[in-house]
Design a protein around this ligand. Sequence first.
Ligand SMILES: N[C@@H](CCOP(=O)(O)O)C(=O)O
Length: 434
Amino acid sequence: MKYYSLNQIKATANTSFEQAVIQGIAPDKGLYFPNEIRPLDPSFIKNIEQYSDQEIAFEIIKQFVNGEIPDKELKEIIAETLCFDFPTVKVEANVYALELFHGPTMAFKDVGARFMARCLGYFNKNKTDQQVTVLVATSGDTGGAVASGFLGVKGVDVVILYPSGKVSDIQEKQLTTLGQNIVALEVDGVFDDCQDMVKAAFLDPELKDQNLTSANSINVARWLPQMFYFFYAYKQLKNKHKDLVFSVPSGNFGNICAGIMAHKLGLPVKHFIAATNINDTVPVYMNTQKYEPKASKQTISNAMDVGNPSNFVRIQNLFDNDFNALSALFSSESYTDSQTIEALKKIYKNNGYIADPHGGVGYLGFKKYQEKNPETTGVFLETAHPVKFLDTVEKALDITLPIPEQIKSVIDKEKTSIAISTFEDLKNYLNSRG
Ligand SMILES: N[C@@H](CCOP(=O)(O)O)C(=O)O
């Protein structure tokens, strides 16, 4: 198995896993994609409850690592990555929340960030002379997870770009307070400006000696491990429910793309819903077949404030760019902030469950689907802990949330960031480092 750039044809695939991880994005700015996706042994999926989460992760990921990390080390990487649980919690009849927030930064990004950090550490371990810079754009949760996942990793500097004033207070603390090899650049703009600057940096000849890579889901080592927890939800629910539908709060579309990859590996899923906030580029596309990215707008589910989702091109590729095939398994709906607040209130009032605004959007996505498909069971992804959106959730539900240990450790630390406005500012910063 090799990787190829989605700006090329599959037959050009000649990039190893190591190269794809180290480069982050292909030299022609295309996203890397595997040239082969081999379904897992059906008996493995049928008997999945007999396997531990770590064993499942190993079975899923090994074809994509392609022997470039020996099995023993890969199993160690997986064990260190998956140091927390992924429970499915019943919210109401036939509706479950898949909680992805029990890790160090309380968001699903912990899985990919921890896995990628360790893969990069493995590939770098004998390269004493080479310092790699991980550039990452965040609309909220990726930044903190990457900061935590890469903190102190030998040979790696991390530079996080985030839109000033557009992430929650706790998210900002998580990405601006760790110090050591982590630097935060506070961008006067929106998430898409941050993402565009990161992508431009990879192509800039004046930055070619900087050994830049990406820790956004454009990097295969960040994206692919996100398949794991779709299998964990199935493992927990398969004997209770048929016809599982996943409703995935979606911004950059890496998570739902990983879910569809899991389906390609053989995971039985009836339907995927990409639930968005008013940043509705994909829902509009699904109605009009016109893909028209627009500047992102600020919402209470800020991690999804993305106007030009990087991974949609991967999703289209998974369906051979056939719209009919895509729309048979995938749909997308958008919701406003006031609908999201109403959903949080309803979930809490009827069931006592506290969802975060992203989970609220995911819940709405399934409820709409369920109106026409009452026999299905929905799993909406709780992508981040409600405490990360403290003001919004406390105000909506009129409650006080206890602060978990992971958050207490950053909440009183002092923020350190460098303000930038343009790509030139980013270049100057990168070139100014010793
Ligand atoms: N939702 C993200 C935006 C970046 O997405 P990624 O999965 O490509 O890193 C965030 O929280 O920063």
